[in-house]
Write a protein that binds this ligand. Structure first.
Ligand code: ZN
Length: 160
């Protein structure tokens, strides 16, 4: 059972810098920022400047299929926003995308809330994205769950 997040308690107001990203979610597309000048890609989408070459105008987007592996994760027991009150304890994971790299060759990393709990999630676990509708006009937020097939090298540090 995915953690219940009360999206009505969050205010999604796209602005000039992230409107294209939100519009893409309405078509179930996960976009990642891309620099047209040097080819660097990065997350999050509201950061408009390229960290590699400092370009801020000639940037665009690349689409990710929304699959990858967990680089690391934490367990949130005390949410700081009302939207996540019923979700706790929940797991925000740092996810390395399979299909979008930074210019240095490392995968683009983003954050996603996992459907599963601490008993199932681990480092190197394969994950996949799906969208959850969060507004009347069709905006969607990426959600993440474990993939059906997992590698043998999933691990984590023992808990306290
Ligand atoms: Zn650049």
């Amino acid at each position: 059972m995915p953690p219940k997040i009360d999206w009505s308690k969050l205010n999604f107001q796209p602005d000039y810098d992230n409107r294209a990203w939100w519009d893409a979610t309405k078509e179930s597309k996960l976009l990642v920022r891309s620099c047209n000048k040097c080819g660097n890609n990065w997350w999050p989408p509201n950061v408009i400047g390229c960290a590699n070459c400092a370009e801020i105008e000639d940037t665009g987007w690349v689409e990710s299929k929304g699959a990858g592996v967990i680089h690391s994760f934490i367990v949130v027991a005390q949410p700081i926003t009302a939207a996540f009150m019923e979700a706790a304890p929940y797991i925000p994971a740092i996810i390395e995308l399979d299909d979008v790299n930074n210019i240095d060759g490392n995968p683009v990393r983003l954050q996603g809330v996992m459907d599963e709990g601490d008993d199932q999630v681990g480092i190197n676990a394969r994950v996949e994205m799906y969208f959850e509708r969060v507004s009347e006009d069709g905006k969607q937020v990426p959600r993440w769950r474990l993939a059906a097939q997992q590698p043998d090298n999933v691990w984590k540090f023992p808990g306290p």
